[in-house]
Design a protein around this ligand. Sequence first.
Ligand code: TGC
Ligand code: FAD
Length: 409
Amino acid sequence: MIGSLQTQRANVPELHKQSVKPYHAADFYGMDDLLTEEQILIRQSVRDWVQEKVMPIIEDCAQRNICPTHLIPEMGQLGIFGPQLPVEYGCGGLDQISYGLIMQEIERCDSGLRSMASVQGSLVMYPIYKYGSEAQRKKYLPKLATGEYMGCFGLTEADYGSNPGGMLTNLKDAGDHYILNGSKMWISNSPFADIAVVWAKNEEGRIQGVIVERGMEGFTTPEIHGKWSLRASSTGELVFDNVKVPKENLLPNISGLKGPLGCLDSARFGIAWGAIGSAMACYDSAVQYSKERMQFDKPIGSFQLIQKKLAEMLTEITKAQLLTWRLGVLKNEDKATTAQISLAKRNNVEMALNIAREARQIHGGMGITGEYPMMRHMANLESVLTYEGTHDIHLLILGAEITGIPAFK
Ligand code: TGC
Ligand code: FAD
């Protein structure tokens, strides 16, 4: 039953191809000197693929609300899914900075595509690896790594977003299986996912994770329509109506809210890198445009007000690059804390959103069209600011870290 949608995913939609300008990566402080040769090679291979295969079609996908699922097999081949997980399960075995750089290069193109990749790697493969049985790891991880299976992560409910601990979705022990009831809202990848990692309360009210497979009776994944943001990503619900879940699908090695929140640390880390990609794309476009666009018989880049915008953009990108690289080092040493990750996610997403807005202004009227990427990035980043913990929830996580007093409730 699993993978029944793969044929549909393989269909390549007819997409309008846009010409793509060469890309100049901002690296004002020589950040590349801090990277290993392997990290630079990995970044380059993803950058080349994105530039050649995805950049030309992404605007059309977003305008027409098409999730480019036909790219999934190539993403699998490139090692984009779960690159930070061990090779013995078919994954990349890479370090955390390489993972971050991959997210950066994908989000330089589009946050929706990065969403697809970070949900798969950090929110589906990671919990199966970290909390799953050996049999679950062997069954799912190699196929998730190639993209043969795609997954989604069900934590949020319609009435429990920032407060997932209040969830109502529940799991009852029915002897040789569990019965799952409830629903999840705002789930990336859900409309085409083969499996869902779902968080639900057991009869004692303790949160547990289960793997639900497409095709299980009573399990549906309606799509959410009408989004102005992440239009090249597919978002939906997960609905469980007395779904029989085999006992072997329970993630055995975790219980409590720390299970899903632990996965979020990995995904939020990837977002911190990804947001730099969006910012770099908008900055690069603004630099090129300001040198070409003439007003008052001069390139607009000759005006001080435009130079101020560009200088401030480069400053913020450079600060974010240094911050995030250091976070990567801490993560490689297994020392990065939740609060440190919150600081980076919060800072970098806001930074990218501000740069998208400023870059849009530099492009004048042309900036509101799909000929340039700013409006798409700006609209996408509104979701990124909200998902994986809202901007204000991350501020409160930092507030609790500083004072020792949680202010959530
Ligand atoms: P609280 O009492 O603080 O914590 C409950 C238990 O969890 C532990 N914990 C963590 N463990 C691991 N990693 C973390 N980051 C953790 N944060 C907390 C904590 O130690 C405790 O453990 P224990 O053993 O004592 O039970 O929980 P709270 O209910 O007060 O909530 C705190 C708060 C608000 C910070 C948390 O609920 C939160 O982060 N809310 C935001 C929800 C969120 O981020 N949802 C994201 C959904 S997934 C998504 O958006 C995917 S989009 C992906 C895409 O498309 O790219
Ligand atoms: P609410 O929690 O209702 O928040 C509304 C406002 O109230 C926010 O400004 C918030 O900061 C503020 N607020 C809430 N509590 C407090 C407080 N204690 N103090 C001060 N202010 C507060 N979830 C998944 O599980 N899986 C996914 O794959 C997934 N993908 C998503 C994709 C998209 C495109 C979007 C938009 C969301 C996705 N989400 C996913 C859900 C996302 O994580 C939630 O939207 C997010 O956690 C916020 O929850 P909410 O929308 O219910 O907002």
